[in-house]
Every structure is written in structure tokens, then in C-alpha cells.
Design a protein around this ligand. Structure first.
Ligand code: MTE
Length: 307
């Protein structure tokens, strides 16, 4: 896979500024010990930036915002060009937006995103994120725990998996027409214990702001110990089911994309060794970590047979 690294002079000022403004504001608030003022500013500007959770520190620098929001895999908007995705999201309407929760639960329903972000406590976590194509990043996601949402719908004991579905709107998502051979809509799934894991986030924000459309607005999933394709974007449906649900990539190439897809440097993808990762935008190489460094949270879920 070839990756074009943007030169410094190619980064428009409008993209470079917000992140530095964000960090400056945080630093100033922290330095001045004005935590309370910070909270009240937050209330005036909506839920972003949300309270930062310090438990999830990463020992490498946060990826610049322009890279995380300018180099995207989102096939519904462009099936091959990651840098074109952000230019193709203009017609995509993300508000209002409701997610239907159905299947094996006692309290199914339709949840408006604007209600979800009021109902569940939002927090910011900096996580590593790793695509199966080997590129990686470290970004601050804002969201809530999927566990809390699942508990709120009162799952039945027979619910063993959660199936997710992305919006399927060809008029707003030009990539769907460009690549009609994919079995749209994009679908993904997690086993119930993975969905309930305290790492699994329902994400609505990035870099202290609402989630950009190219990153999955208004609502997506993040599972940082799994390859990025498990982190499904712009979800409209969440279904609690009994058996392992089909997923788009598993349907297309089952030998390349297993259901579990846990990050593992020793398990090569048929087309890519997974021993190293490359951080965007510099493409600095680093060794891949088992479960992307999140072993202490997830190792107990597996017996080594899940792929
Ligand atoms: N979700 C949908 N609906 N469509 C996609 O094409 N791509 C996946 C995942 N979620 C994808 C998706 C892949 S391959 C990756 S690596 C991540 O989104 C990329 O997320 P990012 O653009 O926020 O970095």
C-alpha cells in the first residue's frame, strides 16, 4: 500500500489551528488550575471537550488532527482513496440521527443521538488505533461505554452477540455507487463479552469536538484491541442476537478477515505481515503490540482460538 505523506506546506491553516487551539486551551486551564471554569465553558459549548480519562495514557505522541481526519477508510464515501473521503462527505446528513436497538432485549427502542449524549456520561480517552493495512494512530475519542447502553436495554440471557449496521444511503454516500459489488450496508459484530468490555466505546467526538463525518459521524464504535475495520462507523442499528452475525469483510474475504480480528503481531494477514505498524502521517515504523497494547483489559476474553 502506498501512502502519500502531506508536506508541511500542504496542510491548510484552518486544519492545523483547531488542534493547537484545543491543546493550548487545555494547557492554560490546567496550568492556571481552572478546572471549574473549564467545566462551565464545556456546558456552554455542548458536551465537548468532555472530561478526560487519564487511565488510558499512550506513551507516544497524539496524531495530528489533520492526519486522523484527512486519511480515512470509509468505503461508503470512497472505496480506494483515503484522502478523498473527507471531500465526499458534503451531502451526508448526520442530524437528526436515530439508532434502532432491537433483538434479544426487554427494552428495545429508537435512540436519538442527541438524547444518548445526554443520557450517558461522555468522557475522552486517548487510544491507539490500528488498521489491518498497518497504518496506525493515537487519537482522543469522546464517547460513552457500549456496556452502559446495552444494560439500559436489558439484554436477555440468550443474547450472545451484538450486530451493528451502518447507514445505507447511496444518494448521500457516493462510494456505495462507485463500488456496488460490496454487500452494503456495512455490518460488523462483537461477542457480548467484547461489547461489554470497559474498553469498548460508542464514540461521538474526536479531538474534543463532535465527530467529523469522515470519521463516522454522528456515532460509531471503537474497539482499540481489534483491527480498525471492526470499529464500524455511522451506525443506525444495533441488534442483540444469539449467533455470530455476518460482517461485511468476513462475507467478502473470509480467509483474510476473521470475526475476531484481534491485533496480533505474530498472526500475519495473507497480504501483510502484521509485525510492524506505521504511524500516520510520518509513517514511522514501530513494532505491533499484542492486542495493540491492551492485553491487560482483554486477554482474559480469549483462549487463543479466536481469529
Ligand atoms: N465503517 C464503515 N461503515 N465503512 C468503512 O469503510 N472502514 C473501517 C472502519 N469502519 C469502515 C468503517 C476501517 S478499515 C478502518 S481502518 C476504520 O473505520 C477507519 O477509521 P478512521 O477513518 O476514523 O481512522
Amino acid at each position: 500500500m502506498l501512502i502519500r505523506i502531506p508536506k508541511g506546506w500542504e496542510i491548510p491553516e484552518r486544519e492545523a489551528t483547531p488542534e493547537s487551539a484545543y491543546y493550548n486551551r487545555r494547557q492554560i486551564l490546567a496550568a492556571a488550575g481552572l478546572g471549574l471554569l473549564g467545566e462551565s465553558l464545556g456546558a456552554a459549548t455542548g458536551p465537548y471537550p468532555a472530561k478526560h480519562n487519564d487511565e488510558f495514557k499512550v506513551d507516544i505522541a497524539t496524531t495530528p488532527e489533520f492526519a486522523a481526519t484527512g486519511y480515512n477508510n470509509y468505503y461508503e464515501f470512497h472505496p480506494t482513496d483515503k484522502e478523498a473521503v473527507k471531500n465526499n462527505v458534503g451531502a451526508f446528513v448526520t442530524s437528526p440521527w436515530a439508532v434502532e436497538v432491537s433483538g434479544l432485549c426487554n427494552k428495545p427502542g429508537k435512540f436519538e443521538v442527541e438524547d444518548l449524549i445526554k443520557k450517558f456520561p461522555l468522557e475522552e480517552r486517548v487510544y491507539r488505533f490500528r488498521c489491518v493495512e498497518r497504518w496506525a494512530m493515537v487519537v482522543p475519542w469522546t464517547g460513552f461505554l457500549l456496556k452502559d447502553w446495552i444494560k439500559a436495554v436489558d439484554p436477555k440471557a440468550e443474547a450472545k452477540f451484538v450486530a451493528f449496521t451502518t447507514a445505507n444511503k447511496p444518494k448521500e454516500m457516493p462510494g456505495i455507487k462507485m463500488a456496488p459489488w460490496y454487500p452494503w450496508p456495512y455490518t460488523e459484530g462483537l461477542r457480548m463479552d467484547e461489547a461489554m468490555n470497559p474498553l469498548t466505546m460508542v464514540v461521538t467526538g474526536l479531538y474534543g469536538k463532535p465527530l467529523p463525518r469522515q470519521n463516522g459521524a454522528p456515532i460509531r464504535i471503537i474497539t482499540p484491541w481489534k483491527y480498525g475495520y471492526k470499529s464500524i462507523k455511522s451506525i443506525v442499528k444495533l441488534e442483540l442476537v444469539k449467533s455470530q452475525p455476518p460482517t461485511l469483510w468476513n462475507k467478502v474475504q473470509p480467509e483474510e478477515y476473521g470475526f475476531y480480528s484481534n491485533i496480533n503481531p505474530k498472526q500475519p494477514h495473507p497480504r501483510w505481515s502484521q509485525a510492524v505498524e506505521q504511524l500516520i502521517p510520518t509513517m514511522e515504523r514501530r513494532p505491533t503490540l499484542l492486542y495493540n497494547g491492551y492485553e491487560k483489559y482483554v486477554a482474559g476474553l480469549y483462549n487463543g482460538k479466536e481469529h
